[in-house]
Design a protein around this ligand. Structure first.
Ligand SMILES: CC(C)(COP(=O)(O)OP(=O)(O)OC[C@H]1O[C@@H](n2cnc3c(N)ncnc32)[C@H](O)[C@@H]1OP(=O)(O)O)[C@@H](O)C(=O)NCCC(=O)NCCS
Length: 176
């Protein structure tokens, strides 16, 4: 899939899926922090990198080793995903990924579109495996990953505490 690409959403609007550029750093940080503040979906609470660091990261990204993707709806950066290959020769065939959509834009197809674009990129650059971690309570994310062919490979018992309760982190992977 050539990027950028556009996709029709379930609500009839269109989304543009594209590589993040240095100028997107502010929106990226703001979105991750907003989703982190919801506290129940992603490990990050506040991104440990500054906007300038993220800007540099986007500018320096090696397109065969990492993919920083954005989903834009009517000019708003509504979600993003990162796909990063292992940094060693022995694990450069594996991609670790994360995906997160802003509240108000979920359930209309953005996560699906970002994941499909990332999987296609992974295929194109010769990656053999994509892996991720997801909290067992995150039903929408689990449904999305299973639909795309990810399978559970392991479980970290009580890895996080959400709303005062221990929750497992499920490790999933997709073999290409
Ligand atoms: C999890 C997340 C990435 C999914 O992306 P999304 O854009 O909301 O999901 P999509 O609209 O693309 O739906 C993808 C699939 O999820 C499932 N799904 C959608 N809405 C759902 C819901 N309310 N409950 C359960 N499953 C649901 C369906 O299987 C759907 O596929 P289908 O439409 O073909 O049936 C997104 O909701 C999100 O970012 N949530 C907050 C942050 C987060 O949880 N990130 C992932 C951490 S592991």
């Amino acid at each position: 899939m050539a990027l950028p690409t556009s996709t029709r959403l379930k609500d009839g609007r269109w989304a543009i899926i594209r590589r993040a550029q240095p100028d997107d750093a502010e929106a990226w940080v703001s979105n991750v922090n907003a989703i982190g503040a919801e506290r129940i979906y992603i490990m990050t609470e506040v991104l440990p990198r500054s906007v300038d660091e993220v800007r540099k990261q986007f500018g320096d990204a090696d397109p065969r080793r990492e993919l920083w993707l954005l989903a834009e709806v009517e000019g708003t950066v509504a979600g993003g995903a990162d796909f990063r290959r292992g940094i060693h020769t022995k694990n450069s065939h594996v991609v670790g990924l994360g995906v997160a959509i802003l509240k108000g834009y979920r359930g209309i197809g953005l996560g699906d579109a970002l994941m499909r674009a990332g999987i296609e990129w992974a295929r194109d650059v010769g990656v053999r495996r994509l892996k991720l971690g997801v909290f067992e309570t995150n039903e929408r994310a689990l449904a999305l990953y299973r639909k795309l062919g990810f399978v559970e490979e392991g479980r970290l018992k009580g890895e996080v505490v959400l709303d005062g309760k221990p929750v497992d982190e499920i490790l999933m992977a997709l073999t290409l």
